[in-house]
Write a protein that binds this ligand. Structure first.
Ligand code: ZN
Length: 501
């Protein structure tokens, strides 16, 4: 390693350390911190964010990159070092456009907003959250302004979560997808109420729910020597470094799927985090380059595995043993159908696979309108409810189950939502490729054997860490571009069989 490369890695390492400290404190804020700690914690997080940003955008990193880039010409462009330089250059140039003072203010505001969002959600009182959201939207619009000119004010935000992705591309993908999903949902609705999900709406002891979830995610391969699960208002995964990747979940005492699928989802993220090579630690290659790739991993374990018949063939007897009173009379087939019941639902994270992307499209359109300035925060609850009615035919009984349900806007993560839908597409494409290479994939899952799938994902996805964005990763893994066809095929196959379409 040259001296310049070593110097670069040292500085990036310090930035990563500051960000890891920041992540530990954010994790604590959402899990164990007493409410009274909020104002002080917001200041600490703001200081750490500013210091990490200042350190990263320092001229020294630019000088080191300038020095190192010519040395790389002619070298293997896929090598770790070459990718490290190009990824660092990209983020460096972007972050240089953002004043450190903005970073500090954004961190302070979003941290303070968390606590009031939690209260607002619990009491279904949007007015508590509204002043925070107005500030956050203002800050986000200011952020986009640092990157003008752009085709869409939303482009710089989207690009933070999916590098290179354009708003126009997302819109085109959604426009192609929406009619097909709507048609499927209508065809299912036309069949009437043929799937009974009442068995899932019973009293399920929370400790037992927790234990079952833990048992399964351990089976998936989630390593508790290098991770842990806690409870939070909104489930999330956080990685401080590859050796410490944590998840959270939330449980509902009278609805089984929330905690269970929440744990599977976050474990999917964590398996990716734990599969990133330790040699990428303390560089940008260990962090989340592409949220689309991340969501493809969570959705794979939550849905393609966790909501499959093969999976429940293996684990339903165990679940029934834990909840004999609730599920004793419910057959495997009835249970499988219940957890895959398609219907309009209020909460995105509880949505079935057929309607899920409609929840995302709703958020994408509202975020875009907020950023473009065509929708005021004050009018957001009404706009939310109108679109829920239009897309799903239901209106939330209160804002807690409506506009306040997701954590994303309180942390300022505008631009994230589209990556859930794109991640769904990617998960189906990866699954088709995995099935080709592991012909007995579902049989293995029915035998409680996830090692083949995990190994395949490790090789095709995890080992690259943050080296490639979604478009490049899927091309490498499958030879195909990112597209909706595999996902639509998957939905039609699965729900066509359940609903006899
Ligand atoms: Zn996720």
């Amino acid at each position: 390693m040259t001296d310049a490369l070593r110097d670069l890695k040292n500085v990036l390492g310090e930035v990563a350390d500051l960000r890891a400290a920041n992540s530990v404190l954010s994790w604590d804020e959402q899990t164990y911190m007493p409410p009274g700690g909020a104002p002080g914690r917001a200041i600490v997080l703001s200081t750490l964010s500013r210091l990490a940003h200042e350190r990263f955008v320092d001229d020294r990193i630019g000088e080191l990159l300038d020095h190192l880039e010519p040395e790389m010409s002619g070298a293997d462009l896929d090598s770790d070092d070459a990718r490290l330089l190009s990824v660092t250059r990209r983020v460096y140039e972007k972050d240089r456009k953002v004043p450190s003072q903005w970073v500090a203010e954004f961190s302070l505001e979003t941290s303070l907003a968390q606590q009031d969002w939690q209260k607002a959600r619990a009491t279904a009182d949007f007015t508590l959250f509204r002043p925070h959201l107005e500030k956050i939207v203002g800050l986000r619009r200011q952020y986009a302004g640092f990157f003008a000119p752009y085709d869409s004010v939303y482009d710089p935000l989207l690009d933070d979560f999916e590098p290179g992705m354009k708003t126009a591309t997302v819109r085109a993908i959604f426009d192609a997808l929406r009619p097909q999903q709507v048609e499927l949902v209508r065809a299912i609705a036309a069949k009437g109420n043929v799937v009974d999900d009442r068995p899932l709406h019973k009293a399920f002891d929370e400790k037992k729910q927790w234990d079952f979830g833990m048992e399964i995610i351990r089976r998936f391969g989630y390593d508790l020597e290098h991770g842990r699960q806690d409870r939070s208002a909104h489930p999330f995964t956080t990685d401080f470094w590859t050796g410490d990747v944590r998840i959270t979940t939330r449980l509902r005492p009278k609805y089984l799927p929330t905690g269970m699928f929440g744990s599977f989802h976050e474990a999917g993220h964590a398996l990716y985090g734990q599969g990133i090579p330790a040699r990428f630690d303390r560089t940008l290659l260990a962090s989340r380059l592409s949220s689309t790739v991340h969501e493809s991993q969570s959705r794979t374990w939550e849905n393609l595995v966790g909501r499959s018949r093969a999976f429940w063939k293996a684990f339903y007897p165990r679940l029934r043993e834990i909840f004999p009173r609730q599920l004793g009379e419910v057959s495997l087939e009835a249970f499988y159908r219940a957890i895959n019941k398609v219907g309009p639902s209020l909460i995105r994270t509880d949505a079935d696979e057929a309607t899920y992307n409609l929840h995302i499209m709703l958020r994408f359109e509202l975020e875009l309108a907020l950023m473009e300035g065509s929708l005021a925060v004050a009018d957001l609850p009404e706009a939310w409810n109108a679109r829920m009615q239009e897309y799903l035919g239901i209106t939330p009984p209160h804002d807690g189950d409506g506009v306040l349900q997701d954590i994303h806007w309180s942390v300022g993560a505008f631009g994230y939502f589209p990556t859930y839908a794109l991640g769904n597409l990617l998960s189906a494409q990866l699954w088709e490729a995995a099935e080709k290479e592991i012909p007995d994939l579902t049989k293995r899952i029915a035998r409680k054997d996830f090692s083949g799938l995990l190994e395949w994902l490790r090789t095709r996805v995890h080992q690259f860490g943050g080296k490639y964005e979604a478009v490049e990763l899927i091309r490498r893994a499958t030879g195909h571009p990112l597209s909706p066809e595999a996902y639509v095929r998957y939905l039609r196959g699965k729900f066509g069989e359940i609903y006899k379409l």
